[in-house]
Design a protein around this ligand. Structure first.
Ligand code: ZN
Length: 154
C-alpha cells in the first residue's frame, strides 16, 4: 500500500495493509492441501491399506509404504500439544508483537505446526491439551493458511 503525499499515516492503514510476508509455495504433494484450505477445509491424508492418517503430505503411507493414499476432510478439532511464544517475527515477516506457534494434535491423530490465534500470548492462557478448532486466514489469492483458536465453549 502506498500513501499519498501529505496524508497523515494512521494506525488503521497499517491494520488494513495486505499481507506482504513470505508465502508457502504449493508443490504437487501439497497442492490438494492448499486447494482445500482455500475452500476453508482442513484435509489430511489417509492410507487405504492400513488406515493410518497422516500429515505432512506424502506420496507414500509413512506406516506401511503403500501408495494407496487419499485426502480426507479433518474435523478441524484439535488440542494444543505444545507451543512456543515468539517475541519477534522471523526475518521477512511483518507480524507485530509476541505470537504463538503451536504443535496441535488433530482429533484424527496427526500433529501439525500452526499459529495459535485468539488467545493472549501468555503461558497463563495456554495450557497443554487446550481444545482448539481450525480457523482460516486468507494471505493471498492463492494461499489461505489454517490456524487454530480456542474451541468455542471449551
Ligand atoms: Zn498404510
Amino acid at each position: 500500500m502506498t500513501h499519498s503525499a501529505g496524508r497523515p499515516y494512521k494506525l488503521a492503514d497499517a491494520m488494513a495493509e495486505p499481507y506482504s510476508g513470505p508465502l508457502p509455495k504449493p508443490t504437487p504433494e501439497t497442492r490438494p492441501f492448499w486447494d482445500a484450505a482455500k475452500q476453508h477445509r482442513l484435509v489430511i491424508q489417509a492410507c487405504d491399506d492400513c488406515g493410518t492418517r497422516f500429515f505432512y503430505p506424502r506420496p507414500l503411507c509413512p506406516a506401511c509404504l503403500s501408495r494407496r493414499v487419499r485426502w480426507i476432510d479433518a474435523s478441524g478439532r484439535a488440542v494444543l500439544h505444545t507451543y512456543v511464544i515468539n517475541q519477534r517475527p522471523p526475518r521477512g515477516f511483518s507480524v507485530q508483537g509476541p505470537f504463538v506457534i503451536g504443535i496441535v494434535e488433530l482429533e484424527e491423530g496427526p500433529r501439525m505446526m500452526s499459529h495459535i490465534v485468539g488467545v493472549t500470548p501468555d503461558p497463563k492462557a495456554l495450557r497443554c491439551d487446550l481444545p482448539l478448532e481450525v480457523t482460516f486466514e486468507e494471505l493471498s489469492a492463492d494461499i489461505t493458511l489454517p490456524k487454530f483458536k480456542p474451541r468455542a465453549g471449551a
